[in-house]
Write a protein that binds this ligand. Structure first.
Ligand code: FE
Length: 185
């Protein structure tokens, strides 16, 4: 399998390992899995679907921006959108390319998109996702749909979103963090 090869891969891997093992132990806001479990499950689902390393890493790291939010564990009572997708993609863009950071940046828009084009999708969302949708702008308008579809990496963002939505399974067995971080070398 191909890998992602930025400069200083060892330093990046150890930085991400510390972040995900440390902050990742907290509960994923409003869900019953931890942030690390959610990240590993997202990446495992991407890998099982035959995705390339960039998408597996994007899935692993898509919610990194939540680590920079003060009170994400209380997400269900929040009425502010901290725009974690932008924080995470900006942070990672120091090291990783658009094939990783753009699906991350667009994964919230992908939820708003799917709610607009597949009304049944809304019914599959968890309570926490429905709550955040309301502060993220709700389903897209026709104009927003056209803009989103014209974005490079919008289809990757939609796929990432689908792994993200499924990755809330209590007790799911996944490969460990080292397995996925070894895609950076
Ligand atoms: Fe997520």
């Amino acid at each position: 399998m191909s890998v992602i090869s930025p400069k200083a891969p060892d330093a990046i891997r150890s930085r991400l390992l510390v972040l995900l093992n440390g902050q990742g132990a907290a509960l994923y806001g409003g869900e019953r899995v931890t942030q690390l479990e959610h990240a590993l499950q997202s990446a495992a689902l991407a890998e099982a679907s035959g995705e390339q390393p960039a998408m597996i890493l994007a899935s692993l790291l898509h919610d990194l921006g939540h680590f920079f939010e003060a009170e994400f564990e209380q997400a269900m009572s929040s009425t502010l959108d901290a725009r974690h997708e932008h924080m995470g993609s900006r942070y990672l863009s120091r090291w990783l390319g658009a094939e990783v950071t753009e699906p991350i940046r667009l994964h919230v828009e992908a939820k708003r998109y799917l709610c607009a084009v597949q009304p049944a999708y809304l019914k599959t969302l968890s309570d926490a996702s429905i709550h955040s949708l309301s502060i993220q702008g709700g389903p897209m308008s026709a104009e927003e749909i056209a803009i989103f579809e014209s974005c490079p990496f919008s289809s990757e963002a939609v796929r990432l979103r689908q792994y993200d939505d499924q990755a809330k399974i209590i007790g799911m067995t996944t490969p460990d963090l080292a397995h996925f971080l070894s895609l950076i070398r």
